[in-house]
Design a binder for this molecule. Sequence first.
Ligand SMILES: [Zn+2]
Length: 312
Amino acid sequence: MPFSFISKRMNEVTSLLQKNNRIESAKYVSNFAAIFACPICKSSMKVIDFKSLICSNNHTFDFAKQGYLNFATHTGNTKYSKGLFEARRKLITEGAFYKPLSHAIAKIINERFFKSNEIIFLLDTGCGEGSPLSKICDIIRTDFSESIVGIGIDISKEGIMAASKNYPNKIWTVADLANTPFKNKQFDVILNILSPSNYTEFKRLLKRDGIVIKIVPQSGYLKELREHLFLKQEKQNYSNLETVERFKESFQFVESSRLNYVINLNKTSIEWLVQMTPLTWSTTEERLKSFLYKDTAQITVDFDILIGKNKI
Ligand SMILES: [Zn+2]
């Protein structure tokens, strides 16, 4: 069989699979189209022909071949490359980097909502390549066997593209956090993991009894890496005080807890960590290399988990 024929056939198969991704995703979103509001005119939206999400004024957003929806008028930070997202996904899925964190978040959601028997709408703001949201939904489904709908939003198209490729049966959207494509009061939980927030928008989107779960780094987060990369003390230390204060001013504070654990990384996981963290952007190549030459490393993961509600 000539190579050109095989290659043509492969392309046909790929294009068929992509078409299926788009249709499957459109079908899934059509079940929950009621949560959307047009980001341009704010009117209601519906899925048409398993191809587009359209508002009552005909503003049209097509499903991409991978299955996500793009509402953004501009694209995000280009420093967050495909390679960075791939490294993050592997560190989380294969390296179990956020495993204790995912379980802690799933437990919080379960304790607060699963007496209600209703579908829980969980929005991850700044979801990147989607692994944390996907893991959390999986844990909730497996351990508590209830229904949860995961919706991820990020300004990075690279991140959302990877998310929709790897994790079907979620709603993945490229959009600006300042102008999200959702109606008021649609979400039971708004999740924000190590990512910028927009509290005005979070307040608008939260249901009356909904909660915001914000994960911020604590002083020990990646301290071994920081100590290795930076000579200056101020870059080695980190304080989340301002972030925590701002959160407490913006929401009715419910509670906070600290989650601290140590992960043993092998050589491959060390490479993923280095690729994934923006910390490595501002160090010297020499320091970076000497960290990469290690065969194993212990890395501290240290977070504050903040929970808040809308003020009444
Ligand atoms: Zn519209």
